[in-house]
Ligand binder design. Structure first.
Ligand code: CTP
Length: 412
């Protein structure tokens, strides 16, 4: 989602930097819109570096008006968040005064508006400010209440800008319709891993990342906090909370293990290499006349390790694995489920041209504790939805972001 972060000239402006970071961590794109007074408190370059976008400072800046910037932005943002919102800014917004980029954006946009007021407590209590706040509330503007406590001006009272996490949470609750996976952490892997032979050659596989990306995107749409660990892919990953790029099975192992304890669900959709060159050459290997032999060592089996850890701890995330097979699909997949101690295995016949690797569709069978459920050939986004429906049923009745009690699947 694209959020315009309005920053006005209050001492709380420095906290807006943390707000921008918090929004980005949750996968949102942020464009900062600063008033002239705000730029006296925090340098625009700070916001530019963090948001990686040009900061909107002046609506009449030469070059900014080819697309009439405040109108172009007004129609593309999903939320206008103003933090801190000073008494002056609140007064202008309440009265439709549009004398700078931020106030003009407010009048021009139809996106939801969230204000985080910040001012001296006497100002906050003043009738003029109260009236302006009431007028904005009557128009559907929402607020993050300022906190009570010590104010920068030396007063004790209500007026201090709410904490950045609170502001980010308020923004999220507006942006994210309350989905069934809200409050759940979902860790997804996607794509292939590449195992280097020498500086220019590697062993890889045909996984495109599409299936894992579809699962990550669907989990985020359902309100989950998503971490995506992805091997090298040609297609871009979806904008979820955290995207970690890895290359090899060893890197994927490290990044997944670092996050698995905090996850409610781990979905291993990546096609992890089973073997890596035992000693990758430091220099490009020269051609020889005869055949050569490459020594390979097994990579760590990430899913099996998570499964074993869960058995040892007696609790852990819901575990979903994939089984890419070219024959004897169901028997091999069921055996994999038992061997890796996973809750669900998504079995996938990758010998077909319309399912599996590098196509948009897939035909899978979900194997769970209650048997095998075949799904029709359909788009990977629909397959992702079906997998998450099953995961939701497994999570039902357990508290959010806490490890799930583990019942060992039947062996065999
Ligand atoms: N997997 C893993 N770590 C590995 C290899 C595989 O976590 N080193 C995961 C995959 O992400 C997938 C599942 O295990 O979710 C099954 O992968 P697959 O390659 O089909 O199974 P293998 O264990 O490699 O078994 P085989 O190659 O004998 O079919």
């Amino acid at each position: 989602m694209l959020i315009a972060l309005g920053v006005t000239g209050g001492i709380g402006a420095y906290k807006a930097v943390e707000v921008a970071r918090g929004l980005q961590k949750r996968g949102h794109d942020v464009v900062a819109v600063m008033t002239a007074a705000a730029a006296r408190f925090v340098g625009p370059i700070t916001f530019e570096a963090i948001t990686r976008r040009r900061v909107v400072l002046d609506q009449f800046e030469p070059g900014a008006n080819a697309g009439i910037e405040h109108i172009a932005l007004a129609s593309t943002i999903d939320l206008l968040l103003v933090a801190p919102a000073t008494a002056n800014a609140i007064g202008k917004l309440a009265n439709g005064i549009a004398d700078d980029a931020l106030t003009t954006l407010y009048v021009a946009t139809r996106a939801p508006v969230l204000l985080a007021p910040s001012m001296n407590s006497q100002m906050f209590a003043h009738e003029a400010v109260r009236k302006n706040l009431d007028a904005l509330a009557a128009r559907g503007v929402r607020f993050v209440e300022p906190g009570e406590g010590y104010l920068a001006c030396g007063w004790i009272g209500k007026g201090r800008l709410a904490e950045p996490e609170e502001i980010v949470a308020a923004a999220e609750s507006i942006l994210q319709p309350a989905g069934p996976l809200r409050g759940r952490r979902v860790l997804v892997t996607a794509g292939p891993t590449l195992e280097d032979i020498d500086p220019v050659r590697f062993i890889g596989n045909r996984s495109s990342g599409r299936m894992g990306f579809a699962i990550a995107a669907e989990a985020a749409r359902r309100g989950a906090e998503v971490a995506l660990v992805a091997g090298p892919t040609a297609i871009p990953p979806p904008p979820v909370g955290e995207v970690v790029r890895v290359r090899s099975a060893a890197e994927m192992h490290r990044e997944v293990l670092a996050r698995a304890d905090d996850a409610d669900v781990v979905i291993m959709a990546a096609a992890v290499a089973d073997y890596a060159p035992a000693g990758p050459a430091g220099q490009k290997m020269a051609k020889t006349d005869g055949p050569i032999t490459l020594a390979l060592r097994p990579t760590p089996d990430i899913l099996a390790e998570l499964g074993n850890r869960r058995v040892a701890a007696g609790r852990g995330p819901v575990l979903v694995g994939f089984a890419a097979e070219t024959g004897d699909l169901l028997a091999r997949a069921a055996a994999k489920r038992a061997r890796k101690r996973a809750d669900l295995i998504v079995a996938n016949d990758v010998s077909r041209s319309d399912a599996g690797f590098d196509v948009d569709s897939n035909e899978v069978t979900i194997i769970g504790p209650d048997g095998a459920a075949p799904l029709p050939l359909q788009g990977k986004d629909r397959v992702a939805a079906a997998i998450l429906d099953r995961v939701e049923r497994m999570l039902a009745g357990t508290p959010a972001t806490s490890p799930q009690p583990f019942v060992e699947p039947d062996r065999g």
